[in-house]
Design a protein around this ligand. Sequence first.
Ligand code: COA
Length: 257
Amino acid sequence: MPIDLESRGPVAILTLNRPEALNALSPELLDELEERLAAVERTPRAQVVVLTGAGDRAFSAGADIGHMQSASALEARAYARRGHEITDRIEDFPKPVIAAVNGYALGGGCELALACDIRIAAESARFGQPEVNLGIVPGWGGTQRLARATSLGFAKEMILTGRPVDAAEALRVGLVNHVHPREELLDRAVEMAEAIASKPAWTIASAKALCNLALDGDLKGHLQREIDAFALAFTTPEQREGMTAFFEKRPPRFSEL
Ligand code: COA
């Protein structure tokens, strides 16, 4: 199963479970994540969600580069839309979602964490938006939500350089609320989830929805522009070179194109 669902009292733990590909977010995994979220929504006992990744290496290394490598712009657009459907679903989910980031959270993995209400991380976590190395732009909300979570300048640095940041730096810039040793991460996330679940469910749902308005601006409009730019990248040779280089395990050669 690409997504595991475990119940601990009022807490539903969803685990991205594709460790052999560092929990990369294939279309199948996204479909199952959506199904699992729907199941949690229908279960009154499940009041708070913790989202994490299987294994010690990754929360998620992002969108599935294998799926994107030879995508047309139209196919890329559909994939961006799919990622946006899931991240919007999490952001608007009527129950709080806490990301417990246990390793790499790169590209779509970082964007998935950004859609969650609260992020906590293991000391080993690494956040990044490395899309520029693949000749594309972030396509699942990163261009808008990273600046909202940190600052515009810091988001631009991460997105324009592709540089990953470690857990300590993520804590400093407000990308995560707490950092814990790896072995304690899930328990700490469940503790926080239980504290939230002890409050009245409707006040929590209402407070979450209100908090989401705080930074809204025209988020949905800007997210639409991001989908367009992501699709456009798939008409370029840089996207083909970036993704080919990834699988050939070598640096991309953009300047020679
Ligand atoms: N999509 C598809 N497969 C991925 C993947 C992704 N986003 N990220 C990692 N994988 C696969 C690798 O292809 C590899 O598969 P293989 O064992 O069949 O060769 C496996 O996961 C392990 O990754 P590998 O690159 O060998 O591990 P590493 O320790 O050398 O490097 C990372 C780890 C995270 C730095 C590296 O995998 C990486 O840069 N991944 C891509 C991150 C990215 O650009 N994400 C944004 C996508 S838009």
